[in-house]
Design a protein around this ligand. Structure first.
Ligand SMILES: [Zn+2]
Length: 224
């Protein structure tokens, strides 16, 4: 009989979760409410950021190195607000992510160390407007989780194998799992506002997100 898919963040079988994204603030945009719901019931949640967002500023007075440092601090503050226990920065160059075996190996190592039951990442499907880093990180993270992290002879230097039960992919064209995060919406918004360098008007963002950020949508993929 096929395994019954997780019902959502309340599913008691989920003990560990890993979010792999491209930039600081990606998690807050796409899955922060789900992270809070997981962390609040004791699930160990970790974040991996492939880049530190070193291109994400229109301010001519700030260079890439300063920006990356600032954005890492902002992401750490957001992670604390959400209840995540660990944030890892891979410090690849923003807007230049590519699908390489070396990047895949690095993510295999992250997955084997964190041992998630569920991987939250971008839906890599092409054909709609999406930051190129989002497509790449989603694709490489999924390839890393299945089959590479699972198979002992693949990237043996990255630690013992680990089987991830599911991927929940966000920002894609279709979804089969909807999570109502209304109960934790204020914390999601506060975490988003921790990204001060990316926020022009906190009041306007609060207003917009109170009406538009209550449902998080995922394409739930069985990896077993
Ligand atoms: Zn992004």
């Amino acid at each position: 009989m096929p395994r019954k898919l997780f019902s959502g963040p309340d599913d008691r079988r989920i003990k560990r979760a890993l979010c792999i994204v491209a930039h600081p603030d990606d998690i807050e945009f796409f899955c922060a409410g789900t992270v809070v719901m997981l962390a609040d019931r004791g699930v160990h949640v970790a974040f991996v950021l492939a880049t530190s967002g070193d291109k994400g500023s229109h301010d001519p007075g700030v260079d890439s190195a300063q920006l990356a440092q600032m954005r890492e601090r902002e992401q750490e503050a957001a992670a604390r607000a959400l209840g995540a226990e660990r944030v890892e920065f891979l410090r690849r160059r923003d807007a230049e992510l590519t699908d390489t075996l070396e990047f895949r190996g690095e993510l295999v190592g992250c997955i084997r160390r964190q041992m998630p039951d569920v991987l939250l990442t971008f839906d890599p499907l092409p054909g709609y407007r999406q930051h190129p880093d989002h497509r790449v990180v989603g694709r490489v993270a999924l390839d890393a989780a299945w089959p590479c992290a699972r198979d002992r002879l693949t990237y043996p230097e990255q630690g013992p194998p680990h089987e991830t039960a599911e991927a929940w992919c966000f920002a894609g064209p279709a979804s089969n799992l909807e999570v109502d995060v209304s109960a934790v919406l204020d914390r999601k918004i506060e975490a988003r506002l921790a990204h001060e360098s990316q926020t022009r008007s906190p009041a306007a963002l609060r207003r917009r997100w109170r009406s538009a950020a209550r449902i998080e949508r995922f394409h739930q993929v069985d990896l077993r």
